[in-house]
Design a protein. Structure first.
Length: 178
């Protein structure tokens, strides 16, 4: 029985040791990955700049960029770059403001033009409707006046007076002798 218990004890110890070792390996691997895939370190390597942290009297940390002496890279003036980016951004912002202002003004002018055009069309429709009404009234008067005989009509000074035509009766051509 002692052999069985010794085997079981040793097996349990191995299992426990394996679990703790696997946890340690996972933690260390995570830290290594974190260190290798740090985007700040990638930029530092590309630009040839290393960041160092100095403790300030306030208790906070301050990072300074120091150029590595590789000889291949010139030091970057970050303040100058920041200022140039700010000026270019301001110029772009001003251009966008002006463009937006022009768009708004063009939209307002277009609306004003459309309103004026609608008003003119409305006035023209009203004038046209009034003219149509006058024409219809004149036609009605002419129809009413056309039914009344006007008497003798003289076409010109040299022609004889003619009697207005009255209702004509239909005549059939005569048949036979007359």
């Amino acid at each position: 029985m002692t052999i069985k218990s010794n085997l079981e004890d040793s097996f349990e110890k191995l299992v426990e040791q394996g679990a703790t070792q696997s946890k340690k390996v996972v933690k260390s691997a995570g830290q290594q990955i974190k260190q290798t895939f740090s985007p700040t370190k990638m930029w530092e390597e590309l630009l040839g700049v290393s960041s160092q942290t100095d403790s300030v009297a306030d208790g906070g940390k301050r990072t300074e960029s120091v150029v590595k002496n590789g000889g291949k890279h010139t030091p970057l003036d970050l303040e100058r770059l920041g200022k140039s980016y700010q000026t270019s951004e301001k110029q772009k912002q001003e251009q966008l403001k002006q463009h937006l202002f022009r768009l708004v003004k063009e939209g307002e002018e277009k609306l004003m033009y459309e309103k004026k055009k609608e008003e003119q069309e409305k006035k023209q429709r009203e004038i046209y409707e009034l003219q149509e009404k006058k024409k219809k009234e004149e036609e009605k008067k002419k129809q009413q006046a056309g039914d009344i005989p006007q008497g003798k009509v003289r076409r010109s000074i040299f022609s004889a007076k003619k009697v207005a035509q009255r209702s004509h009766t239909e005549t059939k051509p005569s048949t036979g002798k007359q």
